[in-house]
Design a protein around this ligand. Sequence first.
Ligand SMILES: Nc1ncnc2c1ncn2[C@@H]1O[C@H](COP(=O)(O)OS(=O)(=O)O)[C@@H](OP(=O)(O)O)[C@H]1O
Ligand SMILES: Nc1ncnc2c1ncn2[C@@H]1O[C@H](COP(=O)(O)OP(=O)(O)O)[C@@H](O)[C@H]1O
Length: 273
Amino acid sequence: MSSPSIPPSLLLRASTSAPVAVNWRKHAARASVVAALAGDGGCAGSGMEQLRQGKASSSPVQEKPVMSNIGKSTNILWHDCPIGQPERQKLLGQKGCVIWITGLSGSGKSTVACALSRELHCRGHHTYVLDGDNLRHGLNRDLSFKAEDRTENIRRVGEVAKLFADAGTICIASLISPYRRDRDACRALVPDSRFIEVFMDLPLEICEARDPKGLYKLARTGKIKGFTGVDDPYESPVNSEIVIKLEEGECPSPKAMAMQVLLYLEQNGYLQA
Ligand SMILES: Nc1ncnc2c1ncn2[C@@H]1O[C@H](COP(=O)(O)OS(=O)(=O)O)[C@@H](OP(=O)(O)O)[C@H]1O
Ligand SMILES: Nc1ncnc2c1ncn2[C@@H]1O[C@H](COP(=O)(O)OP(=O)(O)O)[C@@H](O)[C@H]1O
């Protein structure tokens, strides 16, 4: 006797051999957990098959969900998936992480970000660049450059970068991020040393002399207010994993800067799962 509303594939056979309707969602969730525990992320066979083979109890335990209140979100529940960061990393052959490039406008953040992405890509690694300027064209278009909006800008990008790292991607975030507290908050979001801060330690005079967008000039003549380094603060990092600076008075080439970061990733095991 089968229920007309439940497809035959969703029916489990009881020991009497009579098909019985089951709470599919409950069983599927448990089967997924079993498959994940087996270490294959559930790829070697369907969770349902494992249930049939008796690898999971046929009487699923109903655990009481733990609801949370986070910020303005009340009664929310974290839902885990059997395919997690370790499985994705294995597939990609790398460790998901956040490379956070901070520095003044014109210090070379975007240049390093793109050069690094290119070098990694050419070696078979999966990267994604989150560029402050670019994100302000979309996700962060509602934010200005006043202090609290910069903080919100960094918070959002930190959360997005965290998702990319969780996806197994080497996420390269390139933003002025002038406040130490905001950068440290992003670091705290990403566990297990997966946050690598790169400080573009170039003197303001060099950044200003470059001025590729003409923004310093506008700031100096008062046409832009609150420009970082001119009439808005930049708090230099004190404990960055990587510092890029002048060597014998010269700025290293974009490739050399990218290789400095790449070497760090290699030496610290990020380029293997
Ligand atoms: N007032 C002011 N201060 C600093 N920068 C300004 C400002 N107004 C516009 N711009 C342009 O915006 C780019 C920086 O955006 P970010 O999102 O990285 O800034 S922040 O991290 O929120 O401080 C920055 O890009 P980069 O030059 O690539 O750093 C500037 O082109
Ligand atoms: N290593 C470098 N040597 C010489 N010029 C550089 C170097 N890195 C960046 N530049 C130049 O400096 C300017 C600012 O670089 P950019 O990457 O746009 O900085 P940011 O993203 O920090 O504003 C650009 O014109 C870029 O070509």
